[in-house]
Design a protein around this ligand. Structure first.
Ligand code: PRP
Ligand code: MN
Ligand code: MG
Length: 187
């Protein structure tokens, strides 16, 4: 229930489904990274902000290692609904990641352009290892193959909003993931 109700045509993934999946991903990562010292979670702002907040707490609850939280802001979409392929750094890492195990926290892999660029960037900064946790992936939209070790949901190639995902910077606070009514785009 919220101001956005009339704008949502269909709910794709409910709050409960999101919560269950985040906890399942956290359990996998907790197991795989059990003995790792110095784990850094890098959240890709802004879309991954909700996922970062929930995943980091779920990881601790699943018995995972201590983590440090880092944030990078990049943008490839601008105002539209399709990726431009041009990745801009809006906010860089605050600290040196050399020798650290890094996990990139992404909300969605669409064309793969943002992530493939980001992985090259993090490797050039001499991270000890880099893995990716992405909550959503659109298999039919992939333009560049990108190694994503942990994926929450594979979803159809439709424009989705909520749980961090925006349309023109709106709908990020919607607690589920859904599809907008077509008339929202023509406003
Ligand atoms: C979106 C999304 C991913 C990226 C995926 O971010 O959050 O980061 O696009 O698309 P790609 O696989 O085609 O590169 P966006 O650039 O819209 O910035 P935002 O996270 O601030 O919304
Ligand atoms: Mn993003
Ligand atoms: Mg966006």
């Amino acid at each position: 229930m919220g101001w956005y109700d009339a704008d949502i045509e269909r709910v794709i993934i409910t709050e409960d489904e999101l919560r269950a999946k985040v906890s399942e991903l956290a359990k996998q990562v907790a197991t795989d990274y059990e003995s790792v010292d110095g784990l850094l979670l890098v959240c890709v702002l802004k879309g991954a902000v909700m996922f970062m907040a929930d995943f980091s707490r779920a990881l601790a609850a699943a018995g995972g290692p201590a983590v440090e939280l880092e944030f990078m802001a990049v943008s490839s979409y601008g105002q539209g609904t399709t990726s431009s392929g041009v990745v801009r750094i809006i906010k860089d890492l605050d600290r040196d990641i050399a020798g650290k195990h890094v996990i990139v926290i992404e909300d969605i892999v669409d064309s793969g352009l943002t992530l493939s660029w980001l992985l090259r960037y993090l490797e050039s900064r001499s991270a000890k290892s880099v893995d990716v946790v992405a909550l959503f992936r659109k298999p039919d939209a992939i333009k560049v193959p990108v190694p994503v070790k942990y994926v929450g949901f594979d979803i159809p190639n439709e424009f989705v909003v909520g749980y961090g995902l925006d349309y023109s910077e709106r709908y990020r606070e919607v607690p589920f993931v859904g599809i907008l009514h077509p008339d929202v785009y023509s406003r």
